[in-house]
Design a protein around this ligand. Sequence first.
Ligand SMILES: [Ca+2]
Ligand SMILES: [Ca+2]
Length: 475
Amino acid sequence: MQKKTVCSILLPLLSVGLSAIEKPNVLFIAIDDLNDWVGCLNGHPQTKTPNIDRLATQGILFTNAHCQAPISGPSRASIMTGLYPSTSGNYFQLNDNDIKKSNHVTSKAAYLNDYFKMNGYTTIGAGKIFHLGDGDNSFEEYAGMFAGYGPNPQKRFKYDPAWFPNRKGKTATDWAAYPEHDSLLTDYQLAEWTASKLKMNYEKPFFMAVGFIRPHVPWYVTKKWYDMFPLKDIITPPYKPDDYNDIPEMGCKVTAVPMMPDTEWLIETNQWKELVQAYLACIAFVDAQVGKVLDALENSAYANNTIVVLWSDHGYHLGEKNRVAKQSLWERSTRVPLIFKVPGINQNRVCNKPAQLVDIYPTLADLCGLPEPKQIEGNSLVGLIHNPNMKWKHKALSFFGKGNVSVRDERYRLIQYEDGSLELYDIVLDPNEWNNLANDSGYKNIIRKLQRAIPQKMSEKSAYTFLNFHEHFNR
Ligand SMILES: [Ca+2]
Ligand SMILES: [Ca+2]
């Protein structure tokens, strides 16, 4: 952990009652499947996210932040337990009630919200925090998932799984201006509920979590959000048809997503711009819901004593690398928005050091002066929050199944697959990751240096494998 704040040194000395009064609240905002198409991250030139951008100007934006797994279940399990998938074995976690069953390490884990509860906080949640919502009843008060990923129409508008008869698995993928009113959408209801909770009085400091659903599929939001992005003007992301020529066989195998459309199909059927429009519309919609919650906080009694953290659980490809999916160890799948707003300090700062979602747990514990959690991994980012340019030796690690790992530093991404095959990209010179440098002998030392960050041992235990993961779910 980084150097302690004065607050964190003094608080344990005070009585429980007094320290509880002085501790800051936490507003924990999760977004599902939002990649770096956020204005302040420059991921797409047309994206409209004024509210997330506003939060970034009020705090610190981590521009090089990455998920620990490029799918919801294990990413969220990692955030909430503070453990890497390589430690927990949760590479494909699908059920919240399995999170603590993997091994002796996870059985002792305290969820982040539980850790706050143990330390005198009221814990309140709504929406998708864990993969299935509330982490097996782990919040004191939990509002539910409202309409979940729906509401769902009688039949799909665009995507028909029958188009891909040879593919296995399920997907909720579809895109259309639907339903008629915003109020029918889960995220609208979540924002209203959270705003109402911010108007209430609390005797103890709160840890309040809200987990928005869009831009997760199906890409349904009302027409007004689609109308913000005229189809004819849509810019599709960069795509290189022969990009896979230098990707190792295991890389192709690991990242194959059987049930999803690919870019060649999108071009053939003239659906690519429609798909990008749909994703941008969902982002603009969810950003507005985030805005409602931030406005409610700013207009509440908690405006000046509440830490806000906003994150997405992983990224998403919208045609880059011939895919419409997450489930890869490339930049667009692992890079996520990560913003901390800490009252009184650090307005409008940007940090380019590698940060991880698994760092949220120790960072919040540190910022709130809770006892240093002993059982977790990740690193407190508090030092960087105070000084974004400080020396930072840590790398960002992402896992996709045992033995498949990506290491990201300030410049490079190394991917090592389970058979030892490698990809190396210079993200500064090659942001689209088109040119695999792993076989260029000039990069041997860089590869060796990045490999040192890979855990020597990765946990075997996992409730799911690639095979049944692909057959059952795309989340
Ligand atoms: Ca997700
Ligand atoms: Ca390539």
